[in-house]
Ligand binder design. Structure first.
Ligand code: AMP
Length: 283
């Protein structure tokens, strides 16, 4: 595996692969890699000739300074994990390399970017669009891999690809969970023992809600999930929404859409966690 730190070098290296008509897969990450990330990388390795994994803690997508400062970093360990699953290039740029000038671009990402995470983390998706568009321009991948853990992010990236008329194919990969059900996240490393025990209830409540969906209207489901979360004083919900899986518009009846997803964000102590569950997906 090659480790490359500059835009110039990665572009030069990839040009060689492109000239040989190699298929290129990109997995953008912020590092502190876990099995969730590695599933994305393995899938890219299977489906492409060359896999580029970027590790970059992107400052423009953080709306909370202390979250950025405390974000876990483990580059050496990450590179070993990437090498073991067959990654071709680890792209490890500095902030100066990615933002030689402040990025003033404002993306009009439409309704998918304004609800849920967009409403609670102002500027977050614009920062995501800034960095992902740069990575797409630099790497020019055939396929780019994103996790459904960040369910809304995938809809936003699809919109970004549309408005920029890019050719990249966006591949959505299922959430990887611990055996407890807790969705893997780099931020889990910052949970203390008590918080971690409590955090497990987030997925437990979502799974239970799916088992009970036939008993509840959408409104009743929202009230039930919110009430369950409230039983844990350490958990402070930002939102729980039941949305159409493509448009992310709130729905009010189970018959309203063929693809229905429940999305939740809660603080567990000081750590913000997100998760989601697919209630219905009819082809
Ligand atoms: P991050 O490093 O948190 O920006 O995540 C990089 C990519 O990995 C994003 O596309 C995430 O959605 C994905 N990812 C993070 N955690 C998981 C998980 N538990 N399961 C599947 N994908 C994940």
């Amino acid at each position: 595996m090659e480790r490359i730190k500059t835009v110039e070098e990665v572009a030069k290296r990839l040009q060689v692969f492109k000239e040989k008509n190699k298929r290129i897969g990109l997995v953008p990450t912020m590092g502190a890699l876990h099995k969730g990330h590695l599933e994305l990388v393995k899938r890219s390795v299977r489906e492409n000739d060359v896999t580029v994994v970027s590790i970059f803690v992107n400052p423009t997508q953080f709306n909370d300074r202390s979250d950025l400062e405390n974000y876990p970093r483990s580059e050496e360990e990450d590179c070993k994990l990437l090498e073991a699953v067959g990654c071709t290039i680890a792209f490890l740029p500095s902030t100066q390399e990615m933002y030689p000038e402040p990025d003033e671009r404002v993306f009009n990402l439409g309704p998918v970017a304004n609800v849920m995470e967009g409403a609670f983390r102002k500027g977050h998706f614009n920062g995501v669009a800034q960095i992902v568009s740069k990575l797409f321009y630099i790497v020019r991948p055939d396929n780019a891999y994103f996790g459904e853990k960040d369910f809304q992010q995938i809809a936003v990236i699809r919109q970004l690809v549309k408005i920029l008329s890019l050719k990249v194919n966006i591949v959505a990969c299922p959430i990887v969970r611990e055996s407890s059900g807790l969705a893997l996240s780099s931020r889990n490393k910052r949970l203390n023992e008590e918080e971690k025990k409590t955090a497990v209830n987030l997925s437990k409540i979502l799974f239970e809600s799916k088992r009970r969906m036939n008993d509840f209207s959408i409104k009743e489901m929202k009230d039930w999930v919110t009430a369950c979360i409230k039983e844990f004083p350490l958990l402070k919900p930002d939102y729980y929404e039941i949305v159409d899986g493509d448009s992310l518009k709130s729905i009010s009846d189970w018959s309203e859409s063929k693809y229905i997803v429940g999305c939740i964000a809660v603080y567990c102590g000081k750590i913000r966690l997100i998760d989601n569950i697919c209630y219905k997906k009819e082809e």
